[in-house]
Write a new protein. Structure first.
Length: 443
């Protein structure tokens, strides 16, 4: 049997070969080959930015690349691979599992121990690994066996374990603006080697504008649409101009894009909640429809409805929480598409219900006192005297049992001495008197 020492480094530590992309989709062929082609993320990758300089000087730390689809996460990883002297190993959390990952990590450790060669491990869709599985990275990152680059469309604060997050630099990539998408579109149409330059197709300004809108911040989506449009109208040896109606015909209609894990996710749920808060059932139904059509998890929407029922309606209509809970239950046991009927029922109820945030603001006011006043002692009459020593120390002394003495119970205080007279809960039909007014309350 051949010994470990006698094997070549290439045999011990195979590096994935780059694939031939001549027949790859346009979006893959047009992937930037250097930073000059990388557009739209100047805030983090301009020449004077720390990350760009770290990459250029091969001092790349572990990174978490966070951003919507089509914003350049995989492209940035590939550019880092070209700039670094480390062995670059790509890995997909979608296509491979933890056993394969553990094998790569072990190989990286051996590579470093034998040759001192660093491994830069790129993990696409890192959020697909649960928090227990992400623990596998920790010892290898801590020892320096690997430099981890994780890509995710989901908020790493929630999807990446804190120990891994604390050892990484989070790089936020934004949706591409129209100017950046226009630049990418022009390059794809003119590039004769990797793009569509040989097709001799040009687009009218309106057609370009439509394709940029189709991308909606996602370069991959826009280039996929462009490739399909050109495939419909290009004619060998002939130059043609494609106009807006032809693009509309080729693409039929622009499907609603909804990034469940990016900024649009938060924008739409915010519009949904605020429409219900303002008692606008029509607005709330529209944003509900947008989320459902975009593929949002209905349980997420139903959970937000339950929170809204207590936060914004509260005791103005105690049935609201029951309604929201019933909607969540319907979503669980019925599922889509039928459960959307239940959701519409609940949304119109919550939107038209009377509103009161008194319970919520009361809690906020009480939390202010809890934080600012520290650990105030519980009044003796409210303490439970479970031992004779506690009785000797006057625990429970003068406590009035409400069922025996309702008037006496109402007269006794239930707040620490330093907070006597404080009033947190103020329903809408009550107004503070001069004696009761509390300057610490958030209203």
């Amino acid at each position: 049997m051949e010994s470990f020492e006698s094997q070549s480094q290439e045999d011990l530590f195979p590096v994935p070969e780059p694939s031939d992309n001549r027949h790859a989709p346009l979006a893959e062929r047009m992937r930037p080959q250097d930073f000059d082609e990388f557009v739209g993320q100047e805030d983090v990758l301009a020449e004077d930015q720390p990350l760009r300089m770290a990459i250029e000087h091969d001092r790349v730390p572990s990174l978490i690349l966070w951003g919507p689809p089509g914003t350049g996460k995989t492209t940035l990883a590939s550019l880092i691979a070209k700039k670094t002297k480390a062995i670059f190993v790509p890995f997909s959390a979608v296509l491979s599992g933890v056993p394969e990952l553990r094998g790569l990590l072990k190989t990286a450790q051996q590579r470093r121990n034998v040759s001192g060669q660093r491994t830069l491990l790129f993990v696409d869709e890192i959020h697909r690994f649960n928090k227990a599985q992400q623990d596998a990275f920790l010892p290898y990152v801590e020892r320096g066996d690997i430099t981890l680059i994780g890509a995710t469309t989901q908020n790493p604060s929630f999807e990446v374990i804190p120990p891994l997050l604390s050892r990484s630099m989070v790089v936020v990539l934004q949706s591409l603006n129209d100017e950046a998408l226009g630049h990418i579109l022009d390059r794809a149409l003119s590039d004769t080697k990797r793009g569509l330059g040989s097709s001799r197709v040009t687009l009218t300004p309106d057609a370009q504008h439509l394709l940029i809108g189709y991308g909606n911040g996602d370069a991959r989506s826009m280039l996929t649409g462009l490739e399909f449009v050109v495939g419909q109208y290009a004619k060998p040896g002939k130059s043609i101009t494609v106009d807006q109606p032809q693009v509309e015909q080729a693409l039929k209609q622009k499907a609603l894009r909804y990034d469940r894990d990016g900024e649009e996710h938060y924008n739409l749920i915010s519009a949904f909640i605020k429409s219900m808060r303002d008692s606008d059932p029509d607005g709330a139904l529209y944003w509900l429809a947008r989320m459902l059509e975009g593929g949002e998890d209905p349980k997420f929407i139903a959970r937000r409805m339950m929170i809204f029922a207590s936060e914004d309606i509260g005791n103005a209509d105690p049935q609201a929480l029951l309604m929201a809970s019933a909607v969540f239950h319907a979503v669980e046991v019925i599922g889509l598409p039928e459960a959307q009927i239940n959701m519409a029922h609940g949304v119109t109820y919550l939107a038209t219900a009377p509103k009161s945030n008194a319970s919520y603001t009361a809690l906020l006011a009480a939390k202010i006192d809890a934080k600012e006043k520290g650990n105030l002692p519980v009044p003796l009459h409210l303490r439970n005297a479970v031992t004779s020593l506690m009785k000797d120390l006057n625990y429970g002394k003068d406590y009035r049992y409400a069922h025996d003495d309702p008037s006496g119970a109402n007269a006794q205080t239930h707040l620490p001495k330093e907070l006597e007279g404080r009033r947190y809960y103020r329903p809408k039909n009550s107004s503070p008197t001069d004696e009761e007014e509390d300057i610490n309350a958030p209203w």
